[in-house]
Design a protein around this ligand. Structure first.
Ligand SMILES: *Cc1c(COP(=O)(O)O)cnc(C)c1O
Length: 405
């Protein structure tokens, strides 16, 4: 259910992370590119260093010391994401004071830092529910960061948890098949083990994981948050205590977000809701249209009743999103021909931007996923952009035309 809002999400998003600009005498977001910052004196500089190196936020009068520890442009973007990810709480009048966001150079840098922070606590076992983004799946399966993973069904989470389990990882809607996971059920099954939800596909507009009991809400900001296909980043929103630990990991391992990129990502936030809502409307129309095409064996879209038999869109989301996948009856050959017939829709990985993209997960984003968990060879994933429905249909018809040739 949508909470009774004290302020519209749209209004909040337009102003998120922009407090104090008037006092600074500026209207647009300021960019601070300094890699180092002047210190008042040795003692105060040392104190600031101590504060930041232990993962705490910059206090009044502290120096930023060094960009790897702190950057004000990045911190503004982080505070904007915190506002977005805590909207549902705050709309109900609840406090969200101890929630913070930490931004990274990419979604994978964010997930890596989270895994390292758990390993650092001596908790190296991860329980993960497939499907996941191919990069996340591969990172876990490779054990590169010292984690051990058990991939389970949603129903198997509780029994997979052991004394070393530091994290449960889920994605909903999941990449690339748009599978939905009952987030509250996973949180209950995980017990005291924190749950991470990859919220990239849903965006904070459509899903508020922390409000569902999740500890870590993660984004590839490269996708919808930036929204224009020109900036790469990642975020984790969590409690201040966890945030301090993640900031320490970030400071030590250096996977930080660049301030120019933070600026670009932040600039996309005011239009996030409008973009997602408009793209969603077109996605709903396209999902229905795909269902009438004989070449499409199955359409995957959370808004279709058969893709959401237990009503999770209604119970944990505020909409069904703008990602649609189709499984073509003709398998790989049909997918290959189809992509060659498209002109308007770009054949490229990534998603969430203003223009529509299509890609073949089995060959690309999920190439490194083992064969028993790999998407079907006929599956194509469409990120629906802001083009008109009519123009997209014309282009897709041209793709379908190629299959028959
Ligand atoms: C793209 C993506 C990632 C990885 O993010 P990068 O910014 O590419 O590192 C993680 N999860 C999901 C769901 C994604 O789509």
């Amino acid at each position: 259910m949508k909470p009774a809002s004290i302020e519209d999400f749209e209004t909040m998003a337009v102003h998120a992370g922009r407090s104090g600009l008037t006092q600074l005498g500026v209207h647009a977001l300021p960019i601070d590119l300094s890699t180092t910052s002047p210190l008042a004196d040795i003692i105060e500089g040392g104190n600031s260093y101590e504060t930041l190196a232990s993962g705490h936020s910059l206090g009044e009068g502290d120096s930023s010391v060094y960009r790897r520890l702190w950057n004000p442009t990045v911190a503004r973007f982080e505070s904007a994401i915190t506002e977005l990810e805590t909207w549902a709480f705050r709309a109900r009048g609840a406090e969200a004071d101890d929630i913070e966001t930490i931004a990274f150079a990419s979604g994978m840098a964010a997930i890596s830092a989270l895994l390292l922070s758990r390993v650092g606590l001596g908790l190296n076992h991860v329980v993960a529910v497939r499907p996941l983004y191919g990069g996340t799946d591969h990172l876990l399966a490779s054990g590169l960061l010292g984690t051990q993973v058990d991939f389970v069904q949603a129903s198997g989470v509780a029994s997979a948890i052991g004394k070393n389990t530091g994290l449960v990882i889920i994605e909903s809607p999941a990449n690339p098949s748009l599978d939905l996971v009952d987030i509250r059920q996973i949180v209950a099954a995980a017990g005291t083990v924190p749950v991470m939800v990859d919220n990239t596909f849903a965006t904070p507009v459509l899903q508020q994981p922390l409000d569902l009991g999740v500890t870590f809400s993660v984004h590839s900001a490269t996708k919808y948050l930036g929204g224009h296909g020109d900036a790469m980043g990642g975020t984790i929103t969590t409690t201040s205590e966890n945030a301090a630990h993640l900031r320490q990991v970030r400071a030590i391992t250096g996977g930080l977000l660049d301030p120019l990129t933070a600026y670009l990502l932040h600039r996309g936030i005011p239009t996030l809701s409008m973009r997602v809502r408009a793209q969603e409307q077109t996605a709903i129309a396209l999902a229905n249209w795909f269902q009438g095409r004989p070449e499409v064996e199955r359409t995957f879209y959370p808004g279709l009743p058969e893709c959401d038999p237990t009503g999770l869109v209604a119970s944990q989301m505020y909409g069904s999103g703008a990602m649609v996948s189709i499984d073509l009856a003709g398998g790989f050959d049909a997918a290959e021909a189809f992509c060659k017939g498209l002109n308007l829709i770009t054949h490229a990985v990534s998603l969430g931007g203003v223009d529509s993209l299509i890609q073949h997960p089995a060959a690309l984003t999920h190439r490194l996923v083992p064969s028993d968990a790999k998407p079907s060879q006929g599956l194509l994933r469409v990120s629906v952009g802001l083009e008109s429905f009519a123009d997209l249909v014309l282009d897709l018809e041209s793709g379908f035309g190629r299959i028959k040739e």
